[in-house]
Design a binder for this molecule. Sequence first.
Ligand code: PSU
Ligand code: MN
Length: 308
Amino acid sequence: MTTSFVRVSDEVAEAVADHRPVVAMESTIFSSLGLPSPSNRECLDRCIRAVRANGSVPALTAILDGTAVVGVVGDEIDRVLAATAKVAARDIPTALGSGLEVGVTTVSASVTLAARAGVEVFATGGIGGVHRGSEASGDVSHDLLALSRHRVVTVTAGAKAFLDLARTLETLETLGVPVVGWHTDRFPAFYVRDSGLPVPHCADSADEVARMLRGAAAVGHPGGVLVANPIPEGDELDPSLVDNALAAGLDEVARRGLSGPAVTPVVLGAIAAATDGLSVPANLALAESNASVAAGIALALAAMHDEG
Ligand code: PSU
Ligand code: MN
């Protein structure tokens, strides 16, 4: 049996062909692995509205019935929200080969599919990165390598707060991924605006980021640009609350002896519990903000094309 393996929705394919703005979105964050129901659906609705607000087209990515889909719409969205199989880029071949019914895409899988569909901008909540204790466990998210392989702008609220952020930034440097603060010179840490670590560059406009991507293409630099957008000021969590919640999450991971892809969903769940659910609205606010910034960059890229 062979299939075409990739399906790009008509709306997304037409927008890409016409050089109109499109924003790819990952699906892990919107599944039960990323957020509890019904906040996951609210998060997706808000992100889609934020993308459409300036006329951009949202392109939700997922695996459905052994096909990689760019532009999940209609009834298929319910299947994605309920999904429990996490698909990173390295899982795409096995998902397609085995005909996986429903898989939600992480950042690495989503940038791979975005690039394949010709979509140049991608919005996530937070990227994966270098885990604390990676010297022993070797756990470094494939997200980082994927960002260096595909020429896509990724908008993130920093990396997951329970990672080793200093090593995550070092690894991005090693891989040649530009890290650009959005109106900031500090790397954000998801629920809080400032991780205490600097970023090498600060961008103040969507045009500037669009020029970075075009500049990379002009010199043949492979890979994308990572835009770090801090959580909106009013939605930031108290850093000490986050620290305590992280400790609770990491304890639970150690107690249950978890490793690899199982770590993130469990830590996120533990953080929600330890913050009395406060982490969830924060997560929704940062995801929506990232979608909005991504849509602005997509519009700037489209305008640049029109200017020739
Ligand atoms: N951070 C979150 N929520 C998430 C993720 C990260 O706050 O759902 C997901 C993203 O899809 C990211 C993935 O790409 O976790 C990274 O997983 P891992 O660490 O197993 O590579
Ligand atoms: Mn991992």
